[in-house]
Ligand binder design. Structure first.
Ligand code: B3K
Ligand code: ZN
Length: 872
């Protein structure tokens, strides 16, 4: 496999005025008839250029004709994924018929079957598995699609745009024709045929247009669609109010499917969703599940402007739509729920998983220079770091100019396929600001580090902050230029009050642009405590030598909610890192009492936001502690976390029990922010109490399980019992849970994950057994993730077992999945790619498995790219 480079980009030689498709769907094949009206692109300077169409090897070309004349093998060349016609006319009509096999498509790209229904996934390069077409995002065309299938099996026939005609055909078949007036790239094409039910609502846009909203699912899931509908309407309203963006078609449809590689897809007017991101009701869905539905429904809806109306020129620009849209959905969720909590959650994800990616062998800038397989670049870097970069633009410009910039961007580029450079230019033009140096965020990979030191001159009343920036090397980038980093900060005096800063406010943005820079604050009588990186104003690692007492001081006084949480995290990290460094299985550990007293004051404080209390009291995850380690000591991290949790529970037992009781209210379930906060605090208390492994806490958890009227409370109770040393209770509860929920696929996924993450002895053999259970389906990505990915990511002592069994298990799965579903195989490989972070013994074992995969023969591009880059 060869790499594709951004520098090789060429404008398309031909434009596609219209694309008329007719699908005949059968049980053992599908026929696709395409009629394409094609003209020379005046922007292409080549004389008499060839016409190039993509077509996957699995597509059988049945017939091809140009302006009605049948073409033979001599008229075109089919090589690899490309079909080339040497010198077509200036304007012509190309018709083709292809035969494909959705029924045996296990890659879940292109047209495939999910359960009993047909559906599509075309982003990024799935359309070439359907028919011959320029499968690149800068070729946009107006699509007209007819879908024909058996009327009984597939009563619902959907595609993009508006339905314009329908009719009956022979042999109990029927057809529907759809027209999408908005030119779009092939990756936004969608088709669904199935036996579906739906709920319906409507939305009146700001200019008074009526939009019909439909959400489709299998009949058994009709009772789980209301929350998605509410979220959709909220998102539509929010985008009008916040960005002035209105919906443009008469109908907006969402379809839930069981077999899906990702979360969801923003196809024009016809979103296709993984059931896990759209179905929700109290009985079957946890609080975080509800929040995921709200966020993903909004995300896909927001793509209608940031992605569909204005799309990407090429796939190197992916973050243009993904970073911006993640930023938009994060702000939406912040407005719908608790802003600080949303920020804390996003930053936690970024700091653990994205920072790890940025430090690993697959590290890439948010606008990469090259790739082998684009599917491997749907990453936390493109999405989450991309969103942070957009957030920094807003921080630098301020809200009003940022909005002006986004208006200009949408106006200027409506209907175009553009680049991240176009986005930045619009922001510059609208604001008059110079973002030249800021552009480094787009082309430099790696997480910048800020080392901050300070100095106080009591006589002069002057406080100096010195900021040094650096960025570790990443693949292909040894040396980095200085980034433009907006560093939001404040200063607290000895009483814990905010000091007024030179800008007349208590928070100021320092523009860090040099490798070393000093900022001076005058008029201070005592040395202040700095509050740094407020709101996490830049995706960097910030180092400042805080004393533990200073962190407790910030926890109590910082006016920035994010920084209060961060101070608590830093305190816990500092204490835990010291214990990890000093860890020996035979050596007793001692917990710094300050962590307990800090936690006690948070539990005791009146009037604190419960969601924040539970975030503050949540210990840094294993994954975060690992990310922070140069060499991950799996066993030490595990032992230290258990010890700290247990010590806190011992010392705060009474308070934890009291807070549990106070928040264990007998009121009907609601997924609103306050109720979610209450449940999360209550359940956090329960988890501390369960770490005591007393009969009393077991009874408390079991009682919660029995009386729960919602999946949040039930699932937490089950996890705690299932992962405890009360093995017979664990077994009984798991059996009960399965018996109650075996008909609910998404709940069964929870049941699978709970077992795959059970840290008790024998984890791997339990996982192997689970894979034989009738509830497991090795072709369904959600099941694979629930068992295999969960085991590798959340059961680290077993995955990293020193006999290499965990690594071997994963490599075996990758080798199996490589041909079945390359995207999923490559994604699941991630834990092995991090081998350089571990001890020599583990490194050797992990590397050997990567090599075994490499030698296993006939690797997909997806797996090949990840394995080969990891072994460099
Ligand atoms: N744009 C899709 C991603 C599809 C990727 C397929 N390999 C989902 C989203 O970001 O909204
Ligand atoms: Zn997206």
């Amino acid at each position: 496999p060869k790499a594709i480079y951004l520098k090789d980009y060429k404008v398309p030689a031909y434009l596609f005025e219209s694309t008329d498709l007719r699908f005949e769907l059968f049980e053992d094949e599908a026929l696709v008839h395409a009629e394409l009206v094609i003209t020379r692109n005046p922007a292409c300077t080549a004389s008499a250029p060839a016409l190039e169409l993509h077509g996957h090897e699995s597509v059988e070309l049945v017939s091809l004709s140009l302006d009605g004349r049948a073409l033979t093998d001599n008229d075109y060349v089919r090589e690899g994924e490309m079909l080339t016609i040497a010198t077509p006319p200036e304007r012509f009509c190309l018709t083709s018929t292809t035969r494909i096999h959705p029924e045996s498509n296990t890659a879940l790209e292109g047209l495939y079957k999910s359960g009993g229904m047909f559906c599509t996934q075309c982003e990024a390069e799935g359309f070439r598995r359907i028919t011959f077409f320029p499968d690149r995002p800068d070729v946009m065309s107006v699509f007209r699609t007819t879908v024909e299938a058996d009327k009984t099996r597939y009563p619902e026939l959907l595609s993009n745009g508006n339905p314009v005609a329908r009719g009956l055909a022979d042999n109990n078949r029927h057809w529907v024709t759809w027209e999408d007036p908005f030119p779009k790239p092939a990756y936004l094409f969608a088709l669904v045929a199935g036996d579906l039910q739906h709920i319906e609502d409507r939305f009146v846009t700001m200019s008074g247009r009526n939009v019909t909203l439909k959400i489709f699912a299998e009949e058994k899931d009709l009772d789980k669609l209301d929350y998605a509908m509410t979220s959709l309407k909220n998102a539509m309203k929010w985008d009008e109010e916040t960005y002035g963006r209105e919906y443009d078609l008469d109908i907006y449809m969402i379809v839930a499917v069981d077999f899906f590689n990702m979360g969801a897809m923003e196809n024009k007017g016809l979103n296709i969703f993984n059931t896990s991101c759209v179905l929700a009701n109290a009985a079957t869905t946890t609080d975080s599940g509800f929040q995921r539905v709200e966020a993903v429904v909004a995300h896909e809806y927001f793509h209608n402007w940031s992605g569909n109306r204005v799309t990407c020129r090429d796939w190197f620009q992916l973050s243009l739509k993904e970073g911006f849209t993640v930023f938009r959905d994060a702000e939406f969720s912040a407005d719908m729920n608790s802003r600080t909590v949303k920020r804390v959650e996003d930053v936690s994800l970024l700091r653990t998983a994205q920072f790890a990616e940025d430090a690993g062998p697959m590290a890439h800038p948010i606008r990469p220079e090259s790739f082998i397989e684009i599917s491997n670049f749907y990453t936390l870097t493109i999405y989450e770091k991309g969103a942070e970069v957009v957030r920094m633009v807003r921080t630098l410009l301020g809200e009003a100019l940022f909005r002006k910039g986004s208006d200009l961007y949408f106006e200027r580029h409506d209907g175009q396929a553009v680049t991240t450079e176009d986005f930045i230019l619009a922001m510059e033009d609208a604001s008059g600001q110079d973002l030249s140096q800021f552009r480094a965020w787009y082309h430099q990979a790696g997480t910048p580090e800020l080392h901050v030191s300070d100095q106080f001159d009591a006589a002069a009343g002057e406080y100096k902050l010195t900021v040094k920036q650096s960025c570790p090397p990443s693949p292909g980038q040894e040396k980095k230029s200085a980034f433009h980093i907006p560093l939001a900060m404040g200063l607290l005096n000895e009483k814990g009050e905010e000091v007024e800063l030179p800008n007349g406010e208590t928070t100021q943005i320092l523009n860090v642009t040099e490798f070393e820079q000093t900022f001076i604050f005058s008029g201070l009588s005592t040395k202040p405590v700095p509050s740094l990186l407020r709101g996490f104003s830049a995706p960097v690692k910030l180092f400042y030598p805080y004393q533990r007492d200073e962190l407790m001081f910030l926890m109590a006084h910082d006016s920035d909610g994010f920084c209060r949480w961060d101070a608590a995290q830093k305190l816990a990290v500092d204490i835990m890192q010291a214990l990890i460094a000093d860890y020996h299985p035979d050596k007793a550990m001692v917990l710094d009492g300050r962590l307990v007293s800090a936690f006690r004051s948070v539990l005791d404080a009146e009037g604190l936001d419960k969601a924040m209390v539970s975030k503050v009291l949540t210990l840094p995850s294993e994954a975060y502690l690992s990310e922070l380690s140069d060499c991950v000591d799996v066993d030490a991290i595990d032992a230290v976390r258990k010890f700290v949790r247990h010590s806190i529970a011992v010392q705060l037992e009474d308070r934890l029990r009291a807070v549990y009781q106070e928040n264990d209210l007998d009121i009907a379930y609601s997924p609103d922010a306050d109720s979610v906060a209450r449940r999360s605090l209550k359940n956090l208390c329960l988890s501390y109490l369960m770490s005591l492994e007393t009969e009393a806490s077991l009874q408390l958890a079991k009682a919660q399980y029995e009386k729960a009227d919602n999946m949040t409370d039930m699932q937490v109770a089950l996890v705690l019992v299932a992962h405890s040393s009360f093995r017979s209770d664990a077994k009984a509860l798991l059996a009960d849970f399965y018996q109650r929920w075996s008909g609910e696929s998404l709940v069964v996924n929870l049941w699978l994950s709970i077992q795959a993450s059970d840290p008790n002895e024998g984890a791997l053999s339990r996982v192997l057994e689970l894979m034989q259970h009738p509830a497991f389906d090795g072709k369904n990505p959600n099941k694979l993730r629930s068992v295999i990915s969960v085991f590798c990511a959340q059961n680290s002592t077993h995955f990293h077992a020193l006999d290499g069994s965990g690594y071997r298990f994963l490599a075996d799965r990758i080798i199996e999945l490589n041909s079945q579903n390359p995207q999923i195989a490559a994604r699941m490989l991630t834990p092995l790619t991090r081998w350089k972070k571990f001890s020599a013994a583990r490194q050797a074992l992990m590397k050997a498995e990567l090599e075994r995969i490499r030698e296993s023969g006939d690797l997909s591009k997806d797996v090949f790219e990840v394995v080969s880059k990891s072994l460099v």
